[in-house]
Design a protein around this ligand. Structure first.
Ligand SMILES: [Zn+2]
Length: 289
């Protein structure tokens, strides 16, 4: 495995070869069995408090698309919920699948959603940087939001409308004046458990906060998705085939799937899916508020 990714030769099943913690005791994601979660009256409401001015850039890192925030000061923070102290917003990114039946990382009673948003924060009260915090058991707090196929989500357009400009790995563009709480559902009720990053190096430093209510995303018929994959081989994009009048409405998820995992000087290849499957619970407790 030269470079980790989501393909046959370098996907999640291979990560343990280079990152042995992949078999560790608090790996993520997990399948949340709702009947086995434990109501914990001491869990407080979540309190996200984000400043739109801290959004900086949107980029394609070859594994996902992310929006990066200025985290040099406590401008945008998450408090409350299961957290002690203040966690500073670092970035948000998405996981999706090659079709609408899978794409989320966490599952709920065995059911997967079409995609999942991760809002990544680090413990700025105890640690001095994201890198330092990522190695501590209470270093990171990631809020997960499920995306369910349904109505097009106008808030999500703020991101999907920009993906055309960052299709190639390594591309970045300015992305300012954005408050990620516009992507959160009405209810901030959640499940919480101790887990890990879901991408290498899979560090076991994440307090997961998985929101129970999904937000909506629109896709298109799966035939269109396959069309995207085929066209990619030819170096074309399927946008040419969709009337301009319809583009906005049908293809939020397709826009994620049209991103490339390859850089400018490489043979173009696609990022049709980027999720890790659920990992063993290994005796961990999942609590709910
Ligand atoms: Zn993630």
């Amino acid at each position: 495995m030269l470079h980790w990714g989501y393909d046959e030769h370098n996907g999640p099943a291979h990560w343990k070869e280079v990152f042995p913690v992949a078999n560790g005791d608090r790996q993520s994601p997990i399948d949340i069995k709702t009947e086995e979660t434990k109501y914990d009256p001491s869990l407080r409401p979540l309190n996200p408090n984000y400043d739109p001015a801290s959004a900086k850039i949107i980029l394609n890192n070859g594994h996902s698309t992310s929006v990066e925030f200025d985290d040099t000061v406590n401008k945008s923070v998450l408090t409350g919920g299961p957290l002690s102290g203040t966690y500073r917003l670092r970035q948000i990114h998405f996981h999706w699948g090659s079709n609408d039946e899978a794409g989320s990382e966490h599952a709920v009673d065995g059911m997967k959603y079409a995609a999942e948003l991760h809002v990544v924060h680090w413990n700025s009260e105890k640690y001095s940087s994201f890198v330092e915090a990522a190695r501590q058991s209470d270093g990171l707090a990631v809020m997960a939001v499920f995306l369910q196929i349904g109505e097009c989500n106008p808030q999500l357009n703020k991101i999907t409308d920009r993906l055309d400009t960052i299709r190639i790995k390594g591309k970045r563009a300015l992305f300012t004046n954005f408050d990620p709480s516009c992507l959160l559902p009405k209810s901030l009720d959640y499940w919480t458990y101790f887990g890990s990053l879901t991408v290498p190096p899979l560090l076991e430093s994440v307090i997961w906060i998985v929101l129970r209510e999904p937000i909506s995303v629109c896709s298109e018929q799966s035939a269109f998705v396959r069309l995207t994959a085929m066209r990619m081989d030819l170096g074309l994009t399927f946008w040419f085939k969709i009337p301009a009048s319809q583009r906005q409405d049908i293809v939020q998820l397709a826009k994620f799937r049209s991103l490339l995992s390859t850089a400018e000087d490489e043979v173009a290849c696609c990022l049709l899916r980027n999720y890790r499957p659920p990992q063993p619970l290994k005796g961990r407790e999942v609590r709910r508020n």
